[in-house]
Design a protein around this ligand. Structure first.
Ligand SMILES: [Zn+2]
Ligand SMILES: [Zn+2]
Length: 291
């Protein structure tokens, strides 16, 4: 009986991927403790409260002169004459175009085929605890005009802050993590090139998804290779860009059961992380520990 059990649940050489019931808990762990990265910019997406932004600025830019800006245009083409007119009417004398201040009253003709970044300057202050009230007001204004995203400009460079789940590089927004993102059976999670099959299949489109017979035949006919978009990992780039302890979910499922057991054994969660994962970790450990 013991041997049968071991076979059915996977031996030492089998990977986590072959253990179907563990994947459910792995997904939950990633939802609770995973960090989304922007697949394009490879930057972490973390939302912050205005208070947390203020604390960061007071810590990192203390004693420096800082300008707070609201990003209005991120990497888009256009002349933005209407934007300049609107800003001028609101009392803003300048907009910052690709790092250079331009007068809203005497708006230059922007390069047509070039993508532009345009910021609305909220104000410049010396970052000191005495200026906290002004800083708060500027943060509030910047986040309001920037729809939850703002920039801080100091001699050290530019820092982007966001109260939304937005990429600090390209501004793209990311939804809250959801277990369906890690499901290759769901349109929320599957690789859009192979619809979660992990295979490079010709003549396979979304209409056929779910009709297993169709793609199974294709596979037999053409000896389908591995999907190039996901490298056989079956999930969309957004899902593969969520990391827990420097690995994405596909890297966890590719571990052997032994490696995974060692990894989760050694995993020390503390504070909030331990609290959040307290119902999940025992389930994962119990399923890896049977060997
Ligand atoms: Zn990005
Ligand atoms: Zn794929």
């Amino acid at each position: 009986v013991a041997i049968e059990q071991r076979t059915s649940r996977g031996g030492r050489k089998s990977t986590v991927a072959t253990m179907t019931e563990i994947y459910h808990f792995l997904r939950l762990l990633f939802v609770k403790l995973g960090t989304q990265y922007c697949p394009e910019c490879v930057l972490p997406i973390d939302e912050q409260t205005p208070e947390a932004i203020r604390a960061r600025i007071l810590r990192d830019a203390r004693g420096q002169e800082a300008t707070l800006l609201a990003p209005m245009v991120v990497a888009r083409k256009g002349y933005y004459t209407d934007l300049a007119t609107w800003a001028g009417k609101k009392g803003f004398e300048h907009l910052r175009v690709d790092g250079e201040y331009q007068p809203t009253a005497n708006w230059p003709r922007l390069a047509r085929h070039q993508e532009h970044d345009i910021d609305l300057p909220m104000g410049t202050i010396n970052v000191t605890p005495g200026n906290e009230a002004t800083l708060d007001r500027l943060i509030g204004d910047a986040l309001a005009y920037g729809h939850g995203t703002m920039k801080l400009l100091t001699d050290a460079g530019e820092t982007i802050f966001s109260t939304e789940r937005a990429c600090p590089g390209c501004g793209r927004s990311f939804p809250e993590l959801d277990p369906r993102l890690f499901s290759y059976n769901s349109k929320h999670g599957w690789c859009p090139s192979c619809y979660g099959t992990g295979l490079a299949l010709s003549g396979f489109d979304e209409d056929q998804t779910g009709e297993e017979s169709v793609w199974l035949e294709e596979e037999e006919d053409h000896e389908a290779g591995v999907c190039r978009a996901c490298a056989g990992r079956r999930l969309k780039p957004e899902a593969l860009s969520v990391y827990f302890r420097e690995r994405n979910i596909a890297e966890y499922t590719a571990l052997s059961v032994k490696e995974a057991a060692d990894r989760f054994e050694a995993l020390a969660l503390t504070g909030r992380d331990a609290e959040v994962a307290q119902d999940i970790m025992p389930e994962i450990r119990a399923r890896l520990d049977f060997l």
